[in-house]
Ligand binder design. Structure first.
Ligand SMILES: C[S@@+](CC[C@H](N)C(=O)[O-])C[C@H]1O[C@@H](n2cnc3c(N)ncnc32)[C@H](O)[C@@H]1O
Length: 242
């Protein structure tokens, strides 16, 4: 199935649901989304000195989690092309008095407004599936990382366990879009979610996309029966031993 991911459509869709995006994340994942984001930050092994880039930052939950973690990031830059999502994020960053540490910038994941080899670690949470050309974005992230810099990506997968899979697919394809539609008042966004997940590579297939983009030490770790994957990788260089 081909899913329309033209940048204008995707940015418009996220702008339209920005006001209800956080609430729906919490409801639809039963609160697990916060745990997944914290796991992603933990996997970076931060020491408190790093500069972290959060691509497709949306309403800045991962950027803020990186800024709040102990030890966490010294500085975080979040990039997204949806202005209304960033506006929500900015309000949250200010309310949490994290503005000295977390900066949000409007920009495209396929052409990041970030200097080459300027960040120590990078994250993308539930964003890469939405990018028009994910391989281009992965190469862009690699470019911005210093040699040895770490990557953590969270993205949906589908559970393979026979007892879980049919139940989850029923929830994902039938229940979730109805709740999403009712709460967000957007007719298409929460139909797009399961459609885009089913059309996107996950597990070892996406790990191979990262390897082809140039990352090393790539791992695909299933969380919650494989509903979500946490991908880890590193830019080759001095401290990776390659
Ligand atoms: C599902 S949201 C994830 C937001 C956030 N990372 C989180 O964990 O909640 C996906 C985000 O990716 C952004 N996005 C998709 N394609 C993008 C691109 N090419 N450049 C920048 N942002 C993009 C959307 O605007 C949206 O805010």
């Amino acid at each position: 199935m081909s899913v329309d991911k033209t940048p204008a459509r995707i940015a418009g869709m996220f702008d339209a649901i920005a006001g209800r995006y956080d609430l729906l994340n919490t409801v639809l994942s039963a609160g697990l989304d916060r745990y997944w984001r914290r796991r992603a930050i933990r996997s970076l092994g931060l020491t408190g000195r790093e500069r972290v880039l959060d691509v497709c930052t949306g309403t800045a939950d991962v950027a803020m989690a990186a800024g709040r973690a102990t030890p966490g990031a010294a500085r975080v830059v979040g990039v997204d092309f949806a202005g209304a999502m960033l506006q929500r994020g900015l309000t949250k960053v200010n309310d949490a008095t994290l503005a000295a540490r977390v900066t949000l910038v409007r920009g495209d994941a396929m052409q990041l407004p970030v200097a080459t080899e300027s960040v120590d670690a990078a994250t993308i949470a539930f964003g890469i599936r939405n990018v028009h050309e994910p391989t281009v974005a992965c190469r862009e992230v690699l470019r911005t990382l210093r040699p040895g810099g770490r990557l953590a990506i969270l993205e949906f997968g589908l559970p393979v366990i026979p007892a879980v899979r049919p139940l989850y697919l029923w929830y994902f394809n039938h229940v979730l879009p109805r709740i999403g539609r009712a709460v967000s008042q957007h007719t298409a966004a929460y139909d797009y979610l399961p459609q885009s997940v089913e059309a996107f590579p996950w597990g070892e297939q996406f790990a191979d996309v990262l390897r082809q983009a140039g990352f090393v030490h790539v791992q695909a770790n299933p969380l919650a029966f494989g509903i979500v994957y946490l991908y880890a990788g590193q830019r080759p260089g001095a401290t990776t031993g390659v």
